[in-house]
Design a protein around this ligand. Structure first.
Ligand code: G3D
Ligand code: MG
Length: 175
C-alpha cells in the first residue's frame, strides 16, 4: 500500500535557477553551491523529525522539460525555483509554471524566488507579479519565499529552514 502513495516532491524551474543548490542546502542545513548543471534527474532525501521527504529535481534544460508533466501526476507538491535576477527569462519561467500547474488544480505550489543576494534580484512582490501568482487558482495552496544560497558552508538562512518546515507540513497533509 505504502508504495502506491505519491511521495515525491518535485523541484522544477529553468536551468541555472538554483534548484540543486537549494536542495543540497536544505538537505545539509549548510549552504552548498551546486558544482555542475544537473543532467537529467537529481534525487535528494531529507529527513525531518517525523518523516523522510523525497525530492526529485528534473533538469531544467530544454530536452528535459517535456518530462516535467509526466512526473507531475506523481508529485505531492511542486517546488518551482526561479532566478530572481534573470529578468529576461522570467516570462519563460512563468509560461512553464502555468503550463505545469494547469494540469493539476490542487497541487500545492511553493515558489523559491532564489538569488535574492544579487543586486539585480527582483523583490518577491515583483516576482509574484512577473509569475502571475495571483492566477494559480483559488483551490491551490501557494507560498512564495525569497531565498539565497551564498556563502558555502554557512548555516542556511532561517527563511530556508522555515520553507523546509512548511514543505514537510504540506507533504504530511497531502499523504
Ligand atoms: P539548477 O539546478 O537550477 O540548474 P544550480 O541551478 O543549483 O546548478 O545553480 C546554478 C548556478 O547558480 C550555480 O553557479 C550556483 O552556484 C548559482 N546559485 C544558485 N543559487 C544561488 C543564489 O542564491 N545566489 C547566487 N548568487 N548564485 C546562486 P555556477 O557558477 O556554478 O553556474
Ligand atoms: Mg540542477
Amino acid at each position: 500500500m505504502e508504495q502506491e502513495k505519491n511521495k515525491q516532491i518535485l523541484v522544477l524551474g529553468l536551468d541555472g535557477a538554483g534548484k540543486t543548490s537549494v536542495l543540497h542546502s536544505l538537505a545539509l542545513n549548510r549552504v552548498q553551491h551546486s558544482v555542475a548543471p544537473t543532467q537529467g534527474f537529481n534525487a535528494v532525501c531529507i529527513s525531518t523529525e517525523d518523516s523522510q521527504l523525497e525530492f526529485l529535481e528534473i533538469g531544467g534544460s530544454k530536452p528535459f522539460r517535456s518530462c516535467w508533466e509526466m512526473y507531475l501526476s506523481k508529485g505531492l507538491l511542486l517546488i518551482f525555483v526561479v532566478d530572481s535576477a534573470d529578468h529576461n527569462r522570467l516570462p519563460e519561467a512563468k509560461k512553464h509554471l502555468h503550463q505545469l500547474i494547469g494540469t493539476n488544480p490542487i497541487l500545492p505550489l511553493v515558489v523559491f524566488a532564489n538569488k535574492q543576494d544579487l543586486e539585480a534580484a527582483y523583490h518577491i512582490t515583483d516576482i509574484h507579479e512577473a509569475l502571475a501568482l495571483s492566477e494559480v487558482g483559488n483551490d491551490r495552496k501557494m507560498f512564495l519565499f525569497g531565498t539565497q544560497v551564498t556563502e558555502n558552508g554557512s548555516e542556511i538562512p532561517s527563511i530556508m529552514q522555515d520553507a523546509r518546515d512548511l514543505i514537510a507540513q504540506l507533504a504530511a497533509d497531502m499523504q
